[in-house]
Design a protein around this ligand. Sequence first.
Ligand code: ADP
Ligand code: MG
Length: 463
Amino acid sequence: MDLGSTWQLILQRIQIDISAQTFETWFSQTKLLEIKDGVAKIACKNTFIVQTLETRYYNLIQNTLADIHGEKLNLIFLSLPDMIITSSVKSSAKSSLQAKAQSTLISTHEENENLEEIRELAIKRSNLNPKYSFDNYIVGSSNRLAHAAATAVAEKPAAAYNPLFFYGGVGLGKTHLIQAIGHFVLSVNPKTKILYTSLETMLNEFLSAIQERKTNEFKNKYRQLDILIVDDIQFISGKDALQEEFFNTFNVLYQSNKQIIIASDRPPSEISRLEDRIRSRFEGGMIADINAPEYETKVAILTRKLEEKKASLPSAVIGVIAENVESNVRELEGALSKILTYYSISDTPLSLDDIEKILKRDKKNQKKEIKPRDIIKKVSQSFSVSEEELLGQIRTKSIATARQVAMYLMKKELGITLMQIASYLKRQDHTTIIHGIDKIESEIAKNREFKDQIIEIRKSLGE
Ligand code: ADP
Ligand code: MG
């Protein structure tokens, strides 16, 4: 038997063991390259598929291969994106599809349409935005782990990681990713009861449920779900009653083996005024961070967005945009639209310099980049303590307050982690920082003069 037919046979058998969606995702773009010296080499379309097959399907492939080949082989997976590897598989997929079609000759078309309708309804009911799927989510080193965790959970809800907790800065693709999980699950099984919601929406519902004495309805709504997806959970900070309710709902879902998916702008350890028992629930599952995309990923995202818009730009221009927009994907999209507009309205093509200028001007108009040093300096000046004192161990009231203000401003202005703040301010651990920030927040809330002082410092930072 030649390699092509062997692989086709193997895929047909594997297809029986896993869902159609899983098969399509991981196996449809693979090819058996050679069998030699007890080793089988398998080509895959990308490294992500390589990793998945290696970590999750190694045994399945090895055993199936052994059945057919008669000998247990070691497997090596290679990422060979350029190779045309669809032919053998597609034909096998097609032939089994054709077989199915023949056996059910009647009204497949209608059934498919119904299925589409059911899916669309399911998406609406789940409150998912059709825009956010895995298909248009670009994977790079900044989000690889998060994406892998997301696909694992999408394929086997409540079996892989539960809860699944994503965190990362604004505009980095958290909402997109958690919704993609929902879409994937619905595409496999439109009957799954999924709800995507934000913590804020949940809070509003909760408050009106209390007012209207309908807390039971609120409870039921969330507790009958198969998958609960909560976005921007950080806003739960300090909402004690909701925390109580959330904790109970979490337990009901978790104990009945339902999936919980959460997104946050910071890790559980850094959500202040959060009950420990909830924090430890969050930490009991999988926590995956999403970082700012690096150059290659930015280029890939821009290229993809252009395809979606059915537009094009010279690759040098794409490169300039990727270089000049640093932090997040939302800004990247904004810059792209802007440059496209310039392109469409100007008669002569823009030079790369022009483009760089436009993007730089945008950046300047935004805020000046603030550094930890600036904060330490301005806070010391404002509170008349020296920088050494601020970074030292003395705890007189004025020094301690200045220190806590620096913690607070670093969190607000720099959006860095508590660990990083602790290290900039030479503190032992991040609980000191949480405490400090809380202290300043409550002081700002009750002391007008203090609040004005903070506003002044913030202003001076932007100058
Ligand atoms: P967050 O929830 O982290 O603030 P979003 O999920 O809202 O970020 O993402 C902001 C925008 O960037 C959305 O339009 C989203 O589709 C897009 N985006 C983010 N990450 C990616 C990615 N890896 N691939 C494609 N688009 C992305
Ligand atoms: Mg979001």
